[in-house]
Unconditional design. Structure first.
Lengths: 203, 239
């Protein structure tokens, strides 16, 4: 294995680097742009068969979509609160709030799985029609983001026990907390768009 | 001792693969854009018969070109190893991901070569089956490449230099491209529209992202090797 870089180049815990804006913004921007493209493609496809898409949208239960929007907004609010207290150095309190966000967020997954089971039970699958291709694609992709977000929140809520031991560890935790919080807000925001265009438009 | 000998020369395998794949697999192989999934077996067979020679040449050339992906993966692993502290799990995952992705770039070519070898006497449904097999292997085995891209992103993000070997935005972009492949899972479930293998999202967007990632990361890899060599020279001068 080649030797590690010298201390001047690869010095760990560089304070200047730690204070930069989290680069996760790049990922979030690309992700939002991708979903933006999916939404546009959905709307273009919808133009060709508006009545058919409207009839299909009426087969969705908007109350479940709304309940999930409320769940994610509440969970997101708890994460924002956790980020605020975490940035103030109150890590234990931040972790308790993250646990609360996780518990609230878990209901989203339960409702989503129940909704999928209900649809499949009615014989509505991804192969049903063009609308449901988009329904399963958009909500499925969002569900993957949700699962990744829940894992991220769980890691932040449990995390290494010795965060507060050094200023370097605390600074690192704050970066992850900010990044994780931003990601969770994106999951919330994307659901609001998905709920609007799938459940509400034409329903 | 020079731990970076050959790395820069071998790093050219990335751009060679990129250009070679577009020409051999894409242009000669008639895969940019691919034949529509909505085509009937007879219509597909007629197109393949018409373009058989070009497809054969494209696939025969693509097979050796694909191996450059593995060479590129080895170079990436060597650069990743300079950052790994406790173990080499990320560079190993990356290397295996690159190796398996190389197979994904080779084996479907054999299927498409089979299709173009005797299209005049091949039963159209059989031809369609081999053609579909090639595409399913090519597209739906994306998780091998996703694993590779995530390992790259996570490893280079752990670099704590003030100016890291690979910029953080490149790492996040690479990981984003890897994750975006998840959309390809929908490909076998539809026959037309944006999620089909010739559709807007699952072909034009996904393949543009993959080729763009190859280009962006190739440049980043050259810069990383230059930086490592500069650090080595600086260390030698001090000693």
């Amino acid at each position: 294995m080649p030797p590690s870089p010298g201390p001047e180049a690869g010095s760990t815990g560089n304070p200047r680097r730690r204070t930069r804006t989290p680069a996760i913004w790049i990922f979030l921007a690309l992700d939002c742009a991708s979903f933006g493209l999916f939404f546009q493609v959905f709307m273009v496809e919808r133009l060709d068969q508006a009545a058919f898409f409207d009839a299909s949208a009426r087969q969705l239960d908007a109350r479940l979509g709304f309940a999930n929007a409320c769940i994610l907004i509440t969970s997101s609010w708890l994460v924002a609160w956790a980020t605020r207290v975490g940035m103030a150095g109150r890590v234990a309190e931040a972790r308790r709030l993250l646990w609360a966000a996780l518990v609230v967020g878990a209901f989203f997954g339960v409702i989503k799985i129940w909704e999928y089971a209900e649809k499949i039970g009615e014989g509505i699958t991804v192969a049903a029609n063009d609308f449901f291709v988009f329904y399963f694609a958009l909500t499925g992709l969002h569900l993957l983001h949700y699962v990744a977000g829940m894992i991220l929140l769980a890691v932040l809520a449990t995390g290494p026990a010795r965060i507060g031991d050094t200023a370097e560890n605390l600074a690192r935790y704050k970066i992850w907390l900010t990044g994780g919080g931003l990601y969770w807000h994106m999951v919330d925001l994307l659901w609001i768009f998905i709920f609007s265009i799938l459940y509400l438009v034409g329903a | 001792m020079n731990p970076y000998r050959y790395l820069k020369a071998l790093a050219w395998s990335g751009p060679i693969l990129l250009v070679g794949t577009i020409l051999c697999w894409g242009v000669l192989g008639h895969n940019i854009p691919p034949y529509s999934t909505a085509l009937e077996a007879e219509a597909l067979a007629a197109l393949v018969r018409e373009q058989a020679l070009s497809i054969r040449i494209g696939m025969v050339l693509q097979m050796p070109v694909s191996v450059f992906y593995f060479v590129w993966g080895v170079v990436i692993s060597k650069v990743m190893q300079t950052l790994e502290r406790d173990n080499d799990v990320l560079s190993t995952l990356q290397l295996w991901g690159a190796g398996f992705t190389t197979l994904v770039l080779v084996i479907p070519c054999a299927a498409w070569l089979t299709v173009a070898y005797r299209p005049d006497i091949m039963e159209p449904r059989m031809l369609q089956m081999f053609h579909d097999f090639g595409w399913f292997f090519f597209d739906v085995a994306y998780s091998l490449t996703t694993m590779q891209f995530l390992a790259i992103g996570i490893c280079f993000l752990s670099d704590e230099r003030e100016e890291p070997l690979v910029a953080a935005w490149v790492c996040w972009f690479v990981m984003f491209v890897g994750v975006s492949f998840a959309l390809l899972s929908l490909m076998p479930l539809v026959y037309d529209g944006p999620f089909s293998r010739a559709g807007l999202l699952n072909f034009w967007v996904e393949f543009t992202l993959f080729f763009l990632m190859m280009l962006v990361f190739s440049i980043a890899l050259f810069k990383a090797i230059n930086k490592l060599e500069a650090e080595r020279h600086a260390a030698q001068s001090r000693a």
